[in-house]
Design a protein. Sequence first.
Lengths: 124, 195, 580
Amino acid sequence: MSEIRVALAGGAEGFRPGEEVSGTVSWNLEIPPSRLEVRLFWHTEGKGDSDVQIACMETFPDPGREGSRSFRMRIPDAPWSFSGKLISLKWAVEAVAEPAGVAGSAPMVVSPTGREIVIGKPAE
Amino acid sequence: MLARENPFAAARVLKVRYRLDEARWADLIARLESLGMRGAIVGRKGHGKTTLIEDLARRLAARGHSTRLVRLESGRRDLPPEVRAALAGGSPREVFLVDSAGQLPLARRLWLYAASRRAGGLVVTAHRRGLLRTLLRLETTPQILEAIVREVSGREVASFGCSARELHRRHRGNLRDALRELYDVCAGRSLARAS
Amino acid sequence: MKVRFRTRHGGPDRPVSVGGKIFLSLFLSVFLGMGLVFTYLVARSAVGTIKTYRWEETPCRILESGIREDSSGGSRKFVFEAAYEYATPAGSRTSRTIRLGDSGSDDPTDAEKLLSKYPKGASARCYVNPSNREEALLERNSLWSLLFVFLPLIFVAVGGGGIAAVWWKPKPRPGIDAGTVVEPISSKGKRSTALARGCLPAFLGLFFVVGAAVFYFAFFRPGLKVFASRSWPQVPARVISSEVGSHTGDDSTTYSVDVLYEYEFGGRTFRSKRYEFLGGSSSGYDGKAAIVARYPAGSTTVCFVNPEDPTEAVLHRGFTKTYLVALVPILFMVVGGGGAILAFRSRGRIGSAAPGADLAAARAMPATPAISGPGPMKAAASPAAKFGCLLGVALFWNGIVSVFVWQVVKAWRAGGGLGCDALFLLPFVAIGLFLFGAVGHAFLAIFNPRPTLEISSHAIAVGGSANVSWTFTGNVSRIDTLTLKLVGVEEAQYRRGTTTSTDRETFAEITLFESAPGMGGMAASGTARLAVPADTMHSFEAPHNKVIWKLSLRGAIAKWPDVSEEFPIVVTPVREGGGS
């Protein structure tokens, strides 16, 4: 069974804008991909349609059926991870084996405090 | 409840697939084949047309058909150029599935129906019957709403302070709007303020 | 049948069969051929005009000059004729050519102007062809006429472009293949969802430019003349001929007031055909016939003459109802200009960037203000703008509805009864009345006291602060209570099938200033401290999701529309070092 794992250095999850995020991507795939892309991106969840934006990407051509590589990318200074009643913005590092599209990801939080910003007073 | 925790967030609701058992899927595809791979999925807003046509595209692909799913964005009054080009050029093996074809102007719809005769097939979704034979007319029920709510939230509709029957009636069977109201209930918003 | 559809849409579809392609190509080649022929003719004339600008300017003497009336073509034309003598190295020569390709006009004004300019015995300057000195001109054609070359090029573009589109085979892009693996979340960020919006502002801008040009020539310039003619002297005139001119077009006939009259000014007799400054023709025979009846041939009347240019005269120098029609281009200007601005603004918004997008693109920040320092704030929409927009919508709506209402009224007056049509129209009329009510409300709001806000910094960081000061102009004592708030709003847009809906949720509402009831008038000016909470979200703008910050200023006025204005602000992320 195909599997891709993304591990952030030190198991960290909270990051500050402008910091570097580093880690390791390891894969074990049934079919060797033509390339492996490691993407630092944010996306929204909530009542509206999702918006997705890739901030940074590293590409490993012909990575083979299995292997492991380290990555390092700089986080932009915005947008920050936040949640309200209508919108949640989440950051993650996702590794995708192309062209099959097999993927694995690691969530992360980007804000000045390293914690998600909560706006409004959501009811329980 | 925060947006990311809300069970009725758009991304989660979009993962709900159309509820047809295997026998009805087989009937549907058999009917489509008997109609020469041409037909319309008819239903009002929020009755699952988009979901069904997406699922139908997957089913047809699994049966070896070459499929092309065309999603017309809200207000789009023409087919994408590459689709027009493919249809005009004749794609005898390709089945075109056009969501929201009803919003195309009549002349463009007529052209679509005519041009697709040389294609592998044409399935459209529309709010009302048109020139294509109706493949399936979609209706929703309070039971379907209840089942979807249970699937996405793991809870009964009643636990959100209203009955499935009442919610279904209030939104005239539009499940999308009903689920959006439940989003607001979970978010602690008093009223749906869609504009 | 298939070919007919394509012809009608003119889209980039390829015809189904080679036969269809050939048919379309033949059809389009007519356009192309006509375009090429006309382009050649206009270009040849243009080259001739350009050449005359190399001709030698030479002194000449007008031997004789006059205006000839030519009725040979079915309609009366006024042709300026002159003979002039000029010197060449081989001796003096005489020419009768006035301009290249000039065959006169049905309006005598142009001929009268030339006659004034070139009276018999006057010294003037003519233009002599250096390679053939027998050839000379009294006037050169304007270089503006060269712009007409572009007109037939439109036919060439339609014909040539159409043929290219018929035979060009676009490379089909792969569709959404069903049955593939579920996409990774970030893959959506790799797809470009941006529509081809670049052409839209240009197209709408063209609408504006054409509207503005038509407005200038159809209303503005004649309107200026109306005012200028107030000081023109009144002169007796004799009507030579008087008739309603009939102009048959493709699908209708229009009429014009054709009154030819002559008058004396400065010892010379002039002729003119101008009834009012607004030229052209329009539908409606009776009105023109009534005017013509007031000026029978042979009768005497008065006209108004421009003392600086006596060739210019007019019988009626006031505004008429026809000028209202000439205001129609304003609608084009509003639609074109407003649409172009909106379309242009929407271009700048973030789409889903390509892979490897630069970090700046990933920030999803709304456009930062042009100035980051202190300065006045711009309201989201002024009361006058709101009134203008509402008025435009109300006029547009009611204009269309009134056509149908008029038909119903006409049928009713003819004894046909009101019937179902009237019932059907009722909701539309009700909406029209509601719109007029809203226009009235917006109109009253124009006379409200107007606030001006100044902020010490236009870019405020999360956790940062700024000073906001306001002043009112107008009768501020009418304001009962005044409130200034900092408001944060989440905005989410959802699309599925044919439905689009937008939800908004206010997540922050911080009162910066609130007057006591009845004391709003005392707060004609003031200052408040704006502090953006440290634990909140900065402004954010993505295609479907936004975080919007704004200042909301409300002044309650009893029995009158309230003062209600919003001033968008941009809250930026904290800069490195935590400074704001």
